[in-house]
Design a protein around this ligand. Structure first.
Ligand SMILES: [Zn+2]
Ligand SMILES: [Zn+2]
Length: 483
């Protein structure tokens, strides 16, 4: 339907269908790159969020929430003047008082700032944090790409120990396993430190010097200012030149080499499968040493569901003391997409364990007592006191998906018994009230969905563990090409 200048027409539900003409298309009200999370999708999101907070809790992380608005100056310090994130992808907002602010494109500058400002002094290091919330990037629109998306992260600040790098990878891997996702691959690499990276970047610039005409526009733009970005370019013509580029792994200083070697050993010890990928760099400049990504297949190409690594210089860049840190960020929308692609459905999270139905005035009085008995035991019960017809009450019980319905009629009320209906197999039995709680618990406990933490399993397509020691690292055929 073509749009015109008329104001939107208010539509009420009692208008006949043919009169419900939307003069104003509702899709025109949605900002580009944003979506509604409708109840169907919300079920998936809720399940992912539940698993994320479960993993965070089992690893004793505390939740931190940072503002959605960041100062542009802070972001520039965090990402660097030449960062595409700052130059091209920020949603800048004018604010009263003139301070330039932007919707956060990443949560970590906020985390680093919170650390720099508070230092969590007196607390045991590392400081163990997790976060969840929206980020915004003003990216080019294409199918499946959102400009607002929800991320979460696990962050460990204040220690350089390589075991922490392995631990954050393990946390992300647990989320993958708990959601039941398959065919996921962990890629790891090291991007060095301020000591060894400058020499490597020089080599990289030299490598691209004679090839600039063969590169895409974006790569030509960042060839001198951000050459690491060229290694991550997905344009076909750039991929070849990236493969032929010198590898940072051959240029690590002794400390970086040792650190990376120990990270890999810890991953082996934790039996987490990984592949070395010397081309792996992130499009964010603040990473140091270990970088990693968990990739899943999505159609023809692989998508990163998690990215992470060390950011040992970030707190200092923001104005704090030098602070080692490592973390991982996961995309909730991408995890949901991967679940849907693999036909994994979230379990239906029940609102109640028991529905309590009653059949007469006398039974209703007694039902109030039974209701309290169940509640006192912590059993989540929903009652149908407002309805008299048993059919209506049973319909409601089915709709709620409860595993057990208790039915109290006049006869049962007189005899101190109650009818217990197993909603899974439809079998009914009469139980004495004194045994009701025990019977209900038996029936509801086994269908309750406990939070399961699965053990890490080897993943198809990933390199087997135990094979990547530093001795082989400098051999460039040992990484991604090895498979
Ligand atoms: Zn180094
Ligand atoms: Zn390119």
């Amino acid at each position: 339907m073509a749009t015109n200048q008329k104001p939107p027409v208010l539509v009420t539900s009692d208008q006949p269908e043919e009169e419900r003409r939307f003069e104003h298309k509702p899709t025109e009200g949605l900002a580009p790159g944003t979506v509604h999370y409708l109840p169907d999708r919300e079920r998936y999101l809720a399940w992912v969020r539940f698993n994320v907070s479960g993993v965070a809790t089992t690893h004793e992380l505390s939740r931190i929430e940072t503002p959605i608005l960041d100062k542009v100056a802070t972001l520039t310090r965090a990402f660097g003047e030449d960062s595409p994130l700052v130059n091209d992808l920020l949603y800048k907002i004018s604010s009263r008082g003139g301070e330039a602010v932007a919707l956060r494109p990443d949560v970590r500058p906020g985390i680093a700032r919170a650390f720099a400002m508070n230092e969590f002094s007196g607390k045991d290091k590392p400081i163990r944090l997790w976060h969840r919330g929206p980020v915004f990037r003003n990216v080019a629109l294409k199918a499946g790409v959102q400009r607002q998306f929800e991320v979460f992260g696990f962050e460990l600040l204040g220690e350089l120990n390589p075991v922490l790098d392995a631990q954050v990878i393990q946390m992300a891997w647990k989320v993958i396993k708990n959601l039941g996702l398959e065919k996921m691959v962990i890629n790891v690499n090291s991007v060095g430190c301020l000591d060894c990276r400058p020499e490597y970047l020089k080599q990289l610039k030299d490598h691209y010097e004679n090839r600039q005409n063969a590169l895409c526009k974006e790569c030509r733009k960042y060839r001198n200012t951000n050459p690491l970005k060229l290694l991550a370019c997905e344009e076909e013509k750039c991929v070849r030149h990236a493969k032929e580029a010198p590898q940072i792994i051959d240029n690590l200083c002794e400390a970086c080499h040792k650190h990376f070697s120990e990270v890999l050993e810890f991953l082996d010890d934790l039996e987490i499968p990984y592949s070395l990928n010397p081309q792996l760099v992130h499009d964010i400049d603040y990473y140091t040493r270990t970088v990693f990504a968990i990739l899943g297949e999505s159609g023809e190409r692989s998508t990163a569901l998690f990215t992470g690594g060390r950011y040992d210089d970030l707190v200092e860049k923001i104005g704090g003391r030098p602070t080692s840190a490592v973390g991982v960020t996961g995309g909730i929308d991408r995890l949901v997409m991967a679940m849907q692609e693999q036909s994994i459905k979230p379990p239906i999270i029940r609102r109640a364990d028991v529905y309590l139905a009653q059949l007469s005035a006398m039974a209703k009085k007694k039902a109030l007592k039974v209701f309290e008995m169940l509640r006192d035991e912590g059993i989540h019960v929903i009652e149908g006191f407002g309805k008299n017809a048993i059919t209506l009450q049973m319909e409601q019980a089915v709709k709620l998906g409860v595993p057990v319905t208790l039915i109290l009629g006049q006869k049962e009320a007189l005899e101190d018994t109650i009818i217990l209906r197993d909603m899974v197999n439809g079998v009914q039995e009469i139980v004495p009230l004194s045994k009701m709680i025990t019977e209900v618990k038996k029936k509801t406990d086994h269908v309750r969905q406990p939070f399961k933490v699965a053990a890490p399993l080897p993943v198809e397509g990933a390199a087997t563990t135990g094979s990547h020691r530093m001795g082989k690292m400098s051999n460039r055929n040992n990484g991604r090409d090895k498979k």
